[in-house]
Design a binder for this molecule. Sequence first.
Ligand SMILES: Cc1ncc(COP(=O)(O)O)c(C=O)c1O
Length: 456
Amino acid sequence: MKILDESLLDFAHRHAVDFLSALPERHVGSRASREELLAALGVPLSDEGEVPGAVLDSLAGQAERGAVAMAGPRYFGFVIGGAMPVTVAADWMTSAWDQNCGIFVTSPIVSVAEEVASGWILDLLGLPTTGSVGFVTGCQMANFTCLAAARNAVLRSAGWNVEESGLVGAPRVNIVVSAEAHVTIHTSLRMLGFGTQSMIEVATDEQGRMLADELARVVENLSGPTIICAQAGNVNTGAVDPLRRMAEIAREREAWLHVDGAFGLWAAASADRKHLVDGAERADSWATDAHKWLNVPFDSGLAITRHPSAHRAAMSVKAEYIEHTAGAERDPFEYTPEFSRRARGIPLYAALRTLGRRGVEEMIDRGCARARQFAELLSRDPRVKVLNDVVLNQVLVRFDDSDAATREVITRVQRDGTCWLGGTTWHGIVAMRISVSHWATSEEDVERSVAAILRT
Ligand SMILES: Cc1ncc(COP(=O)(O)O)c(C=O)c1O
């Protein structure tokens, strides 16, 4: 068996080039049904195996219709970034290296690249330089990791050691969330032993920002260990909670303040937008994504805390056979729920070093400018109403002030294929969601997409 099969890598390269070069003009959504894909891919597992090139061919043959062009510039669904060329290339190298980067000993290069990238991220986001960073799969696991550190730290302050004693018999923890908290806050808390019913919800304003006075009123009546979850970037409107005021309230109450900033936290990297996340740096932990607005390939999220020892205490593992570092070296698994994992910090390192400060800032500003362009062009049409203040990269749109019409437009746009966007319910009414997270979306892409939306 050969370790290196160059022809196979060339083959994969060819397929990747074909896929990527078709992206700008292809139908953006998927056009294959489950049945079609099953007919093509659902072959019986053979006894002897198949020729690898034929397997790649079979997969690539289905990607044209069965994959979604979310790596392209006119995909505006959910909050999904693309992948900059250097990050795709670095990701290939990551696969070729196949590093298990749990500890320094298993991959010094990854440990150091992640250590360096951690410093850059803290700096770009304006967070404490002594903070800790874990490279997780996405913002859900970032929320989970940060909230695990939060749970254990607030209970430790109340005299309870979760790492040793678990949760049975532990003091009650007050969990304060926004009525607009992202679902992954709920999922993360559930995985950490807090049922959704145990969460205290604080009302929000019309843009989805937590009402700070309401938060102050809620926490006044609480005693005991408390975690407050803030949000930087509402998944529908992009709105950011009043973080500075929330941080003051949390500090007075000695509560742990966590910020879910999957995409919105990146506003900190832009001189024109960092006022939106003013006060974020005063929180105790922050969850964000690199696979959204930083445009590195999936899966890449960041769990950041002000308290490295709490972070490590919640995540680290001890076993006789594991050679922990004794010096300044970083064992990456001390900051993530995973034990073995992909070296996802490598593409992230490549993205940051290639972009530099200015490049990151321009990417964020570009996304915001294109979102405003969408809002301006669409709102010229009397049938269209923009429902949110477009502060970041999110736009909410409604057609003919009608749920049915709005749903119909979304369906037709998806069928048309010029661009792809989805729907949501906002304050009880149906809306189209437009999220501009791709690094390469141009003014012309927005014009073409607006024309397609209005045409349908
Ligand atoms: C505010 C917010 N938090 C968390 C998430 C979850 O992120 P991920 O899909 O990377 O787990 C999202 C996803 O859109 C989000 O918008």
